[in-house]
Structures are given as structure tokens and as C-alpha cells.
Design a protein around this ligand. Structure first.
Ligand SMILES: Nc1ncnc2c1ncn2[C@@H]1O[C@H](COP(=O)(O)OP(=O)(O)O)[C@@H](O)[C@H]1O
Ligand SMILES: [Mg+2]
Length: 275
């Protein structure tokens, strides 16, 4: 029998009274929604503040022993929202009520989640461990269960694709350059922030902008410790993200040739992309 985790114990009273006070149905629903999201945020902040040094305490001690379907039920019950639609075999991304984000493959088939999904989650976890402490990398990355990866939820963080031109200060560019170099200095290539040499963004950038700070997330496709010539080639691929940011947000800025692939590197990158 599982004990109720701490974040289940807070009641939804604020939302209830808000609904009672408002007259029209639409206004009632709107007010309730706003109150709910405010309350959820306040609740998450309270739990985060209380358990700052031990995010593992958000989860019941029995969690690691749950089977996959029980775990999924548990996570569904404690999800504020899905961060994108469920698209197996891609991971399911959730914002949890306790202020963490989680990643799992529980919506995928049994074989996939126990093999490739399992490997991908552990691999990403190990890469986050390697990057621990870097400013611009999410904190509190841990696995409360072998099938789920958790980390701080970047409340209000927006993918760079959604940030309007003019809103990003020049300091964000410096932050991005520093962050990419720090990630590389720990022997990690992100490999999913700089797809196109023509300046287009892909599906998403995996670069978030939150409270005047650049974050890089999603190390699922990252590569570490590759032999030197390959590492240098792939590092150029990451740096192309900087070129994309300059082209969109700071078109007057001079592009450092160090950020661009040489014709030979471009040829190899095209070849790798085909693979
Ligand atoms: N820690 C987080 N905080 C806030 N939003 C996040 C977080 N992790 C993921 N997201 C959101 O979910 C989206 C998908 O997550 P991501 O890790 O990139 O998964 P995938 O590997 O499927 O691309 C991101 O583009 C981002 O908008
Ligand atoms: Mg992603």
C-alpha cells in the first residue's frame, strides 16, 4: 500500500470559493481556471521550498517498486499538464504538481519502454549528471523510478522559437555561446540544437528562455566522449545554433567563422545527417 505523497495533501479550497463567488458560468470557469493555476504554482513553490535539498522526498518510498502501469497511473494523477501530445515512440513529457518535469516512455509498447526507452532515459540521466552545476542546465535531475526521469520544471520558460524578435537581449547570445562551450568542455555534444545551416529552426530548438536566462534541455540525442576529430565536427554542428539565433534576433551581428562549418565539415555533416 502506497502512502500519499506530500503534494497530494494540499486541498483545492481557493478554486472552490472563487467559483462560489462568481455569477456567470463562463466567468466562474475562467476564475476557477486562473485560481487553479495560481494555486498549483503556489503549491509547487511551497513544496519546492520545503524540500529544496531533497527533491526525492516528493515521491513515496514505495515508488521504485511500482510496476509500469501503476507508475503510469501515479504519474497521470500527479500531472498538471502534458508538455506536448502523446506521440509514441517519443517520450511523454509532463509538468508534475510538485514543480518538477518528468520524462517517461510509459505510453510506448512494453518492449520499447523496457529496451530502447529504458536505455535512452538512463543515458540522458547520465549526461545530465556529467553537466551538473553548469549555469543554464536544469537542476535536480534524478530518477525516482527506473522508468522515469525528473528534473526542475522551468516554469514560464519559452522555446526560442516562440520568443519574438526584439525580446531577446544581446546578453542572451553571450550566455548561449558560454553555455555551449561549457557543455563541450565536459565532453558532451548536444546534437539537437543546430539542425540547419540555412538558419531555419527545426521542430523545436531545445533552447529555453526564462527569467533572462538561457537554458539548454533535452540531451536525449547527445553524444559524449567521441574521438577528437569527430567531436570537433559535431561541436560545429552545435555552434550552428548560435548562427541561427544571430540570424533571427541580431541580423546586424557579425558571424564568427568559428561558428560555421568549413566546406569539408559541411560535407561530413550532410553525410552524418543522411545516416
Ligand atoms: N524541464 C523542463 N521545464 C520546462 N519545459 C520543459 C522541460 N523539459 C521539457 N520541456 C518542454 O517539453 C518539450 C519537449 O521536451 P524535450 O526534453 O525536448 O523532449 P523530446 O526529446 O521529445 O524533444 C520542450 O521543448 C519544452 O517545451
Ligand atoms: Mg526536444
Amino acid at each position: 500500500m502506497m502512502t500519499a505523497p506530500r503534494f497530494c495533501q494540499v486541498g483545492n479550497f481557493e478554486g472552490y470559493f472563487c467559483v462560489k463567488r462568481n455569477g456567470k458560468k463562463g466567468r466562474r470557469l475562467n476564475a476557477k481556471k486562473q485560481a487553479d493555476s495560481k494555486q498549483e504554482q503556489a503549491q509547487a513553490e511551497k513544496i519546492m521550498a520545503e524540500s529544496k535539498n531533497d527533491p526525492k522526498s516528493f515521491f513515496p518510498a514505495e515508488l521504485p517498486r511500482l510496476g509500469d502501469s501503476e507508475l503510469k497511473t501515479y504519474l497521470d494523477e500527479h500531472t498538471v499538464k502534458l508538455l506536448r501530445g502523446v506521440e509514441p515512440p517519443r517520450a511523454t513529457l509532463r509538468q508534475l504538481k510538485c514543480g518538477l518535469a518528468s520524462k517517461d516512455f510509459l505510453d510506448c509498447g512494453e518492449v520499447y519502454r523496457a529496451t530502447l526507452g529504458h536505455w535512452l532515459l538512463h543515458r540522458e540521466f547520465n549526461i545530465y549528471k556529467r553537466l551538473e552545476g553548469i549555469d543554464g542546465i536544469v537542476q535536480h535531475v534524478f530518477m525516482p523510478h527506473k522508468r522515469v526521469l525528473c528534473m526542475d520544471y522551468l516554469q514560464g520558460g519559452r522555446d526560442l522559437k516562440a520568443v519574438p524578435v526584439g525580446e531577446l537581449p544581446h546578453s542572451a547570445l553571450d550566455q548561449l555561446c558560454n553555455l555551449i562551450e561549457k557543455i563541450h568542455s565536459r565532453g558532451v555534444i548536444h546534437f539537437d540544437i543546430g539542425h540547419d545551416s540555412n538558419g531555419d529552426y527545426g521542430r523545436e530548438t531545445n533552447i529555453l528562455w526564462k527569467d533572462n536566462k538561457i537554458y539548454i534541455i533535452d540531451f536525449a540525442g547527445s553524444i559524449c566522449g567521441s574521438p577528437k576529430p569527430l567531436f570537433e565536427l559535431l561541436a560545429v554542428h552545435d555552434r550552428m545554433a548560435i548562427v541561427k539565433v544571430i540570424r533571427k534576433f541580431f541580423p546586424q551581428e557579425k558571424i564568427d567563422p568559428h561558428w560555421l562549418p568549413t566546406p569539408n565539415q559541411a560535407k561530413w555533416l550532410r553525410f552524418l545527417r543522411k545516416l
